[in-house]
Design a protein around this ligand. Sequence first.
Ligand code: G3H
Length: 532
Amino acid sequence: METALQAIPDTFAIHPLHTKEYLVDGKLHTWTGPTTEVYSTIYTPNEKGEEAPTLLGSIPDMETETALEALDAAERAFGRGQGLWPTMKVADRIKCLNNFVEKMKTCREEVVKLLMWEIGKNHADAQKEFDRTVDYIYDTMEAYKKLDRRSARFDKEGGVHAHIRRGPLGVVLCLGPYNYPLNETFCLLIPALIMGNTTIFKPAKHGVLLITPLLKAFEESFPPGVVNILFGRGRKIASPIMKTGKIDVLALIGHSSSAVALQDLHPNKNRLRLVLGLEAKNPGIILPDADLELAIKECISGTLSYNGQRCTALKILYVHKSISEEFNRRFAEAVDQLKYGLPWEDGVFLTPLPEPSKPAYIQELIQDATEKGASILNTRGGELTHNYSYPAVLFPVNDSMRVYHEEQFGPVIPIIAYDDINEPLDAMAKSEYGQQVSLFGRDIRKLGPLVDTLANLVCRVNLNSACQRGPDVYPFTGRKNSAVSTLSVFDALRSFSIRTFLASKDNPYNNEILEALLNSKESNFVSTDYLL
Ligand code: G3H
């Protein structure tokens, strides 16, 4: 399973990127303090000629003092709602976003390459992540225009005219995950910005250098203090910022342990809004009449795309006893056919894991399950290298095993054979998570009532297909510990804003003022201008 390192094509060769820049108050500053080296878990020969993790560069290890300066800058830019950004015309905010996305597109190649080296994403998926993010920005601008068009009017109820819009919430702290360090972070940052909030953003531990080519574009596209980008450790940056109580929205995609710890630091919890995408343990349920070929294909992509490091990944499979033997055999064979290799190799599906400790963790789960009675069904399951543990298909799994409960976020697939459909339903009801489910079958008399139940246990039921977040226009959320608030191109605009309005009693005195106000263009909020 070792990979041929000498075969790195020139296009993907990497040169260390030692970045000292960070963005605060609209200016790129040079960090003069300590820095942290960034390594890839892909091994290449080091200066002694020994194979070792590849040095990709370094980032500032910033101190609390600078983090608080960024907070001040964001607060000033919001200016208790009077700042340039929160009061700016919709059309002008869109111009800034447009400007940014045009500049961002010129960095595609560099960002894609860093995605491959930093987090081991294969070339096709790394390109997809970049392009999907660019599309998301364009779609967000369109959705915002639409929202604005719908608000360009007055309502009249109970003798009161109302001009209702969505307004910003204040200062947003954005923290993204390592598995989609560009896409998921920007799916928080962009809607937060377009709604008029000001932001502080710290990239995840892995997938951090890839933000640096975009710093200039941020600097040139937004007014001072609207976007602030910091590098370093959460405890020196995010924690002290939260402790001040000045953050209005915590926007985080990641683990609930971080989200809860950060919320706990905020002194005014009722003031803090949350936009969180957290863990999940999405099950695949394979009914007796499922099309096995289709179910296997979808379960392979559902469990193992990007090595299972997706919050939407299928993390446990429930297969009906009557088909379990055939499913297990064919699924295990299909897993062994998957190509493991370096992210730039043609047709590669499985790639190195970016977290150095992940292979050992996956091995722990395998060992725990096998000690408690499960077998590894596929020949290559659990083959170990310095940066990978080949996907292991574990069967039969039960609730005494860690892999039954823990979100593995990596290449190991637990399978359970069930007799009665209430077994997976009970397990889902008991689970801490409630994001999505994949349901494989055909008989509508079985599917109908099942969909009715499943829709109340999770937030998306995927019929005969793997779980996924996209298309990004659809709501992405979860029940229980899986999420707080809803994201989608449109829903994110709602999540990062609040409805606020001008109310005016219907009388000649007020009506005259309103009309004059509308004609004068003195207010950006009170406007019936129509944005095409
Ligand atoms: O990690 C969670 C992502 O939101 C999953 O997105 O389903 O498009 O891979 P995806």
